[in-house]
Write a protein that binds this ligand. Structure first.
Ligand code: TMP
Length: 219
């Protein structure tokens, strides 16, 4: 018998500081003896990584952008996420469908009913068993103006990072809306505080669910 798989996703506007905490959680799960799949969206398979290159760098209209995000997601689910969950892995995925609702829905103002339809098609489980959704989504909630300061001059921006402040205000509102629609699936981590305090909040959420035991691991 292997343990049940766990599907954990990480969300937040660019600059919210997800990466450090994903790495720290990976270490904590490894210490706990769990097998891990560390992955990201858009991306995670050879095809989806090619789509990532296109969608982050090439000009396109919002429908094209949304379709490519979901096309990459379909391949990622089939090739990586579902097999890993079936093996009993802990899947730590840097962004998933909430990002599409926040960036394409909130940021670009794209029709949410179309996104909901795509979500139904792409995440449908076999035998009408419902939709694949994360067991938990860690939302690093950072005021957009703080994120912008953190990102300034950090690297050459992609098509999303290059957007103006108003875009990130809408993305943040998009995340807040998704959170409001399914609060039980989320842990909201206020991220305008020290890295250590953010890590404590993340770690506590996993301990409270019985997925990690209290330990010394710190970011
Ligand atoms: P990353 O820099 O965190 O890897 O994310 C890549 C960018 O892609 C980020 O700016 C958010 C954006 N994105 C979307 O616009 N829609 C999506 O569905 C996903 C997964 C990411």
């Amino acid at each position: 018998m292997h343990p049940a798989g766990l599907f954990i996703t990480f969300e937040g506007i660019d600059g919210a500081g997800k990466s450090t905490h994903i790495a720290a959680l990976a270490e904590a799960f490894r210490d706990a003896g769990r097998h891990l799949t560390l992955t990201r969206e858009p991306g995670g398979t050879p095809l989806a990584e090619k789509l990532r290159e296109l969608v982050l760098n090439d000009a396109m209209d919002p429908l094209c952008e949304a379709l490519l995000m979901f096309a990459a997601r379909r391949d990622h689910l089939q090739q990586v996420i579902e097999p890993a969950l079936a093996r009993g892995d802990v899947v730590l995925c840097d962004r998933f469908t909430d990002a599409t609702f926040a960036y394409q829905g909130g940021g670009r103002g794209f029709d949410l009913t179309v996104l909901r339809q795509l979500e139904q098609w792409v995440q449908a489980l076999p035998d009408a068993a419902g939709l694949r959704q994360p067991d938990l989504t860690v939302w690093f909630d950072l005021p957009p103006e703080v994120a912008a300061q953190r990102l300034a001059g950090a690297r050459v921006p992609d098509r999303f990072e290059a957007q103006p402040a108003a875009f990130f205000e809408r993305v943040a509102a998009g995340y807040a809306q998704r959170f409001g629609e399914a609060p039980a699936r989320f842990v909201r981590v206020p991220s305008n505080q020290s890295k250590e305090a953010v890590w404590q909040a993340v770690r506590t959420a996993f301990e409270q669910r019985g997925w990690l035991r209290a330990a010394e691991t710190r970011a």
